[in-house]
Design a protein around this ligand. Structure first.
Ligand code: FAD
Length: 395
């Protein structure tokens, strides 16, 4: 049983969904609880997905990928997250993260090296933007890139970086010395293990536990000129403008994972209420249970429709702002509601770690914080629909 409107997809898209679903259900789902319990990066899942060609899903064909768009990436991420959230997260950064930015801003040499390696799965990227004092206020970042002879030096601390400890390379947002706010922001490509990058610390967390967030300290880390993707320039706000937009593919992927995990919860809940009997009858015969299922299914479909609309606005890998923000906001909150109701439908079994419901809920919860909190998304949506963008800064 599935609750997905496949009929409006092309044959190629249906085939893609089928391939992702088969892997997710047969290979990823059986080990989802294990990655969560052990808080271990799902390397085996990643290798299965790499061999199946999913790491190169959105990499242009000329660099060894499949050249597909945000829409197809969303189809795949929904399937993967319905099987195993950690495994989906291991792919999200490759299909929707730094490789998108490299495709847009990179030189031919960057593309030949990094996109080819992403496609064949030999390089895994993380994106390092957040800092202890710069969370929702991303342009408060303080990591600096200073000129040093022919190259540069990077100094600063990044935190909450998904997959940092298992990444081979990072897209690091930084700023020119003596700049503040949106002025002078840029981005560089840094390799794991580079001199000046201290040991990456990770912290225990609630959900998505197979892919930990990491804390990174850069102390005079050398950056060659050819590792600079967007040079931070004092007096230019171009980097900050790009920074806001480059999150849109990732936000769509985040929404797709919300849809996937909520779908898994709904499907499991439906299977359960059909067979569970109380008062001498199936609990699905109680109208209250039918209405819960109806509301969950309606919310799930609404989220997917908003997401598909957003993903279809993709031009050159970057979907539209308003559509993306609305899709992520609704999908994030929908997933928490649906997973929470699914726990209720299973009674105490929904609350036991022996069953996946409580994991679905934990996995869903962080998606409304990463990639822009639901509060920040609301601020931005209001700005998009009214045309009045109110500065959040103290005047
Ligand atoms: C699962 C997960 C994965 C992540 N992965 C990455 C990653 O890979 N790379 C990366 O760089 N970062 C990552 N992050 C960090 C993430 O981007 C930040 O957590 C997020 O931007 C919020 O910042 P903060 O946690 O410092 O919260 P704060 O910004 O301190 O916010 C605290 C609360 O205040 C609210 N708030 C703040 N300002 C406003 C405002 N103006 N209006 C209304 N409400 C406001 C927020 O919505 C929130 O509820 C990840 C986070 C999570 C949870």
């Amino acid at each position: 049983m599935t609750v997905q409107p496949l009929d409006e997809l092309t044959d190629a898209q249906r085939d893609l969904v089928e391939r992702a679903r088969t892997i997710a259900q047969n290979d990823l789902r059986p080990r989802a609880a294990e990655w969560d319990r052990r808080q271990e990066f799902p390397e085996d899942s990643f290798q299965i997905l790499r061999r199946a060609g999913f790491t190169g899903l959105t990499v242009p064909v000329e660099y060894g990928g499949q050249g597909l768009g945000v829409f197809e990436a969303c189809l795949v991420l929904e399937e993967l997250a319905a099987g195993c959230m950690a495994s989906a997260m291991s792919i999200q950064m490759q299909v929707n993260g730094p490789p998108r930015v490299i495709s847009r801003l990179g030189t031919e040499a960057h593309k030949k090296k990094y996109l080819t390696e992403v496609a064949d799965g030999s390089t895994r990227f993380s994106i390092a933007m957040t800092e202890p004092q710069a969370g929702s206020d991303g342009t408060a970042l303080a990591t600096t890139l200073s000129e040093d002879g022919d190259g540069f030096r990077l100094n600063g601390t990044k935190c909450h970086i998904t997959g940092a400890a298992s990444a081979h390379a990072f897209l690091v947002f930084c700023r020119a010395a003596e700049t503040t706010g949106p002025d002078g922001i840029g981005a560089v490509l840094v390799h794991a293990g580079v001199e000046g990058l201290g040991p990456i610390e990770t912290e225990e967390k609630m959900g998505g536990r197979g892919v930990a967030e990491g804390i990174m300290h850069f102390e005079n880390a050398p950056v060659r000129a050819d590792q600079v993707l967007m040079k931070p320039v004092k007096g230019s706000k171009e980097g900050a403008a790009f920074l806001v937009r480059q999150f849109n593919p990732e936000r769509c992927g985040n929404a797709a994972m919300s849809v996937g995990v909520a779908r898994a919860a709904l499907e499991d809940a439906i299977a359960y209420v059909k067979q569970r009997e109380q008062f001498g009858r199936s609990i699905l015969e109680f109208q209250c249970i039918q209405w819960k299922i109806a509301d969950m299914a309606t919310e799930l479909d609404s989220a997917r429709l908003l997401l598909w609309r957003a993903a279809r606005t993709d031009i050159d890998g970057f979907p539209g702002m308003k559509e993306t923000l609305m899709a992520k906001l609704f999908a994030n909150e929908m997933a928490v509601r649906v997973c929470n109701e699914a726990i209720q439908l299973l009674g105490h079994k929904g609350y036991l770690t022996r069953y996946p419901m409580e994991r679905y809920f934990r996995d869903a919860r962080g998606l409304g914080i990463g990639g822009g909190t639901t509060e920040i998304l609301r601020n931005m949506i209001s700005g998009e629909v009214t045309g009045v963008r109110i500065s959040q800064r103290r005047r």
